[in-house]
Structure formats: structure tokens, C-alpha cells
Design a protein around this ligand. Structure first.
Ligand code: UDP
Ligand code: MG
Length: 334
């Protein structure tokens, strides 16, 4: 019985998207965390952009990721005044990647667009993604041609995307955040990825499908400041690497061989000194310090890398729910 329902759900998902002029439903998935100063303006801009494309129906899913400011009451108002809006209110802050996931779970559209709510991802570009989808793409990435963030953010992000690309076992597109469009089939497949330490853009890239990209210039944040401080950025980067690559583990073995080679040289040197120059062998304080600290450091580093993989195994094994929703506000699409 269950299999039957699952099969028919897949059959429904496999139906081709409605033709233009029909009633294709486009869903927006919009994570919100402490965006009280910008969210109203964002919604106006989005509504303006959508008004230029009346040929589609729209569904706007905001996910309030445990905002500590007034974001929720503003979203509540938006849900009252705009029948297209639904708000998924998290019981606490679960993080951007999980908020996107909850939005995907809630969205029902023939195509789902994920974008930030600080106007760094311009709403008009989302319509270009829709055009690429109509032209046959199943996944459309919005790739940043330029970005107006601090130099620090730009250089670290630049380096990160390149390291990840050379290490990862999947082809993760360069300079692409989470701004993208997924058609119904791709969105349904993505929903089956339930890992906890999430790097959504990598999961999307690993799915296959017909993928294309649209280039855009990323704007500055409209209001407020980044919700990705260094700590969260580093966490995301580590999740990205550990979810898609075992290169760090292999690097440990290489480091091990290197250290072993150095150690052998050291051993030969120490024995030679003992045999041939017994008069000065005790005076090796500097050497002892160098060797002890070097070995200690490399071991700690190796254990740290192992630890981050083990941490992932641990949190997967706990198998807790990905997120907890307090309530869903607004009209139900059904
Ligand atoms: N965000 C979220 N939960 C968080 C952090 C961020 O839902 O814990 C949302 C935030 O409201 C924004 C998007 O994720 O819509 C991207 O965050 P931000 O603009 O701060 O990141 P940046 O653009 O600086 O990388
Ligand atoms: Mg931003």
C-alpha cells in the first residue's frame, strides 16, 4: 500500500511541467534570520518582479529561522496581506542550510527557487532562472560574476570554492551560493538527502540532471549585517569538504609518510652522533624541542581531521529530526 502511494507520488512528479500560458506554479524558498530591516523591502521588490510575469502562479515560502528580532511579526503581516505567502516558523535557529531544506519540504511548485532575503540575490534574476528552466534546464545555478562583499569575504570565498573543487568528488560549480532553481523532479530528489551537516549546493551538484547557470552581479546587503560570521563560514566550509571529499583523510597518510621519513633521518642522525661523537650527544636541547613539538603538532592536526569526520558520523547516528517547526502560517496551497 505504502509502495503504491510512493510510486504514484513519483508518477505525479514525473509529469512534464505545464506549458507556458498554463498554470505553472513557481515556489520561492526564502530563509529569514534577523532580517527585520530589510524583509519588507525585499518582499516589495519580489512582488514587483513577479507582477511583470503574470503567466505563472507563485507561492512564497518564508522560513523564519528562529529570528530574535521582529522578523516574525513582519512575516505574519506579509502572510495576511499577500495570499501567496506562507511562513514556516522554526522553534529555534537551525541555520541557513536547514532553513532551505525546510522550505523545500514545504514548497509545492513545479519549479522551486531558493534565494537569500537580503536582496543580495536580486529578484529580477530569479526570473532569468525561470527562463532557463522553460528552455529545458532542470537545475539552474545563479553564478556570481562579481560580488560586493568585504575583501576578506571575497578572498576567503574565492579560495574555498577552488579548494573544494579540486578536492571534491563531485563537480561543484564555482562561485555559486544557494541561489538556484530546481524543477519539481530535482527538488523531490534533493528532499531525499537527509544528512545533518548539510552543504546544499554540493548535494544539488551531485544529483546530475540537466544543469545550467545564469551569471549575475551580486549586490550589497540591503540592510543589517551578514549572518555568516567567520565561525559559521568556517563550519560551512568544513561541512562542504567533509561531505564531498575524503582527501583530508588521505592527506593524513601522506603527512604520516613524510613525518616517518623525517623521523628515520632523525634516528640515523641521533645514532650516528651517539656512536661517532659521544662527547657532545647530551647537548641536544633544541633538537629535542623541535622534534617533540613538531610531532605533537602534526598528531593533533591529524586527530582534528579524524575528529571532524567522526563528529559527522556521530550526529548522523543520533538521527534526530533535522528541524522543528513551531507553526506554519498563511494559506495552504492545497
Ligand atoms: N540565514 C538563515 N539562518 C542563519 C543565517 C542566515 O536563515 O542562521 C539566512 C539569512 O537571513 C539570509 C541568508 O540566510 O537570507 C544568507 O545569509 P547572509 O546574507 O547573512 O549570508 P551572506 O550573504 O553574508 O553569505
Ligand atoms: Mg547575504
Amino acid at each position: 500500500m505504502t509502495t503504491q502511494t510512493a510510486e504514484s507520488a513519483i508518477a505525479v512528479a514525473r509529469q512534464p511541467a505545464p506549458e507556458p500560458g498554463g498554470t505553472a506554479l513557481i515556489s520561492y524558498v526564502l530563509p529569514v534570520y534577523n532580517e527585520q530591516d530589510g524583509i519588507r523591502h525585499f518582499h516589495e521588490e519580489l512582488a514587483k518582479a513577479l507582477a511583470g510575469r503574470p503567466e505563472f502562479r507563485y507561492e512564497i515560502v518564508y522560513v523564519n529561522d528562529g529570528s530574535a528580532d521582529d522578523s516574525l511579526s513582519i512575516l505574519r503581516e506579509l502572510a495576511k496581506s499577500d495570499p501567496r505567502v506562507r511562513v514556516v516558523d522554526f522553534a529555534r535557529n537551525f541555520g541557513h542550510q536547514i532553513a532551505i531544506t525546510a522550505g523545500l519540504d514545504e514548497a509545492k511548485g513545479d519549479a522551486v527557487i531558493i534565494m537569500d532575503t537580503d536582496l543580495q540575490d536580486p529578484p529580477r534574476i530569479s526570473l532569468e532562472l525561470v527562463d532557463a528552466w522553460r528552455a529545458g534546464a532542470e537545475i539552474v545555478h545563479a553564478r556570481r560574476r562579481t560580488r560586493r562583499d568585504t575583501i576578506f569575504k571575497r578572498t576567503t570565498a574565492h579560495a574555498f570554492y577552488r579548494i573544494l573543487r579540486s578536492w571534491a568528488e563531485v563537480d561543484i560549480p564555482l562561485d555559486t551560493g544557494d541561489f538556484r532553481l530546481l524543477d519539481r523532479r530535482a527538488a523531490d530528489e534533493l528532499r531525499r538527502f537527509r544528512e545533518r551537516s548539510r552543504f546544499v549546493r554540493g548535494m544539488v551538484a551531485s544529483m546530475g540532471f540537466r544543469q545550467t547557470e545564469v551569471r549575475f552581479d551580486r549586490d550589497e546587503r540591503f540592510a543589517g549585517e551578514t549572518k555568516y560570521p567567520l565561525r559559521k563560514m568556517a563550519r560551512l566550509a568544513i561541512d562542504g569538504v567533509t561531505s564531498f571529499s575524503t582527501v583530508p583523510l588521505r592527506l593524513i597518510s601522506r603527512l604520516g609518510f613524510l613525518v616517518l621519513a623525517l623521523s628515520l633521518a632523525g634516528i640515523v642522525y641521533a645514532l650516528a652522533m651517539k656512536i661517532f661523537r659521544p662527547d657532545i650527544t647530551v647537548s641536544g636541547w633544541t633538537m629535542l624541542m623541535v622534534v617533540t613539538l613538531f610531532l605533537g603538532g602534526t598528531q593533533m592536526l591529524a586527530i582534528g581531521v579524524l575528529g571532524s569526520y567522526i563528529g559527522r558520523i556521530y550526529s548522523e547516528a543520533q538521527n534526530r529530526p533535522l528541524y522543528i517547526v513551531r507553526e506554519v502560517l498563511g494559506h495552504d496551497g492545497d
